[in-house]
Design a protein. Structure first.
Length: 265
């Protein structure tokens, strides 16, 4: 029997890319799903694609930059399903701007959405995981959570921060049967570059060539579910790009030489 059948799964950033692919995959596996993002009309679109019974699906609009109603939203999930089994922190925004051209306001916004929003939602759900003596927290980071890259200074900082926070949390709740999986995707074929912030906070509006040639969101989603099933603590997902993580670990000087020569896009 599938381990995800009847599990209650809350997915942020569920209206495109990896989040939408995860919602579809969990639905195929028989899970009960909460889908969240800022765009209500897109949530309705994904709801129609999933074709789940009303009792197995909840649309929950959520803006990770606005933390004022996080606990209310969590209580709505508990009221409907009685529990939460898996929280997938997938929502976030990327960046395409030089450090010198990026306003501090844009830096702060990236941190608010990618780090503080994710942390706030996790802290809201965590007491229920601890009370029910079980749960799984999934954090979609990036390979730039492992190293910095051109045009990504604040984005990389927000992802590095996620690693520090959730690795610490994993240690603290290890004996509570609450698992933490950090996912580090490389190039995945999503709209991440199109929606990325430029220095003034406006949208980049362009698809990176390398992103367009990346792994499909569906393949990425299946690998994430496999990581959850196997109780992995961290997984790297991508093509040759994820080899850079190992290159930095074992050959840091060579890594620096190579990464500086990579195309900035």
């Amino acid at each position: 029997m599938c381990i995800f059948k009847n599990k209650v799964v809350w997915i942020t950033g569920a209206t495109s890319g990896i989040g939408e692919a995860l919602a579809k995959e969990f639905a195929l596996q028989g899970a009960k799903i909460i889908i969240s993002s800022r765009r209500v009309e897109e949530l309705e679109r994904v709801k129609n694609l999933l074709k789940l019974p009303e009792g197995d699906l909840l649309i929950l609009p959520l803006d990770l930059e606005d933390l004022s109603n996080i606990n209310i939203l969590t209580q709505l999930v508990i009221n409907k399903f009685g529990r939460i089994d898996i929280l997938v922190n997938n929502g976030g925004i990327s960046q395409r701007s030089l450090t010198k051209d990026t306003s501090i306001e844009t830096d702060r916004k990236l941190m608010e959405v990618n780090f503080f929003g994710t942390v706030a939602l996790t802290k809201s759900v965590l007491p229920y995981f601890l009370k029910q003596k079980g749960g799984h927290i999934v954090v979609v980071s990036s390979i730039v959570g492992k190293f910095g890259f051109h045009l990504r200074s604040a984005y990389a900082a927000s992802k590095h921060a996620l690693h520090g926070f959730f690795e610490s949390l994993r240690m603290e709740i290890y004996n509570e049967n609450v698992k933490v999986l950090i996912v580090c995707p490389g190039k995945i074929r999503t709209n991440i570059s199109i929606n990325a912030y430029t220095g003034d906070g406006s949208k980049h509006g362009k698809m990176d060539d390398s992103t367009n040639k990346g792994l499909s969101p569906e393949d990425c989603a299946r690998k994430i579910l496999k990581g959850i099933e196997n109780n992995k603590e961290e997984i790297l997902i991508g093509g040759n790009d994820i080899k850079a993580v190992f290159l930095k670990r074992f050959f840091p000087t060579l890594f620096s030489i190579i990464i500086r020569k990579q195309k900035a896009e």
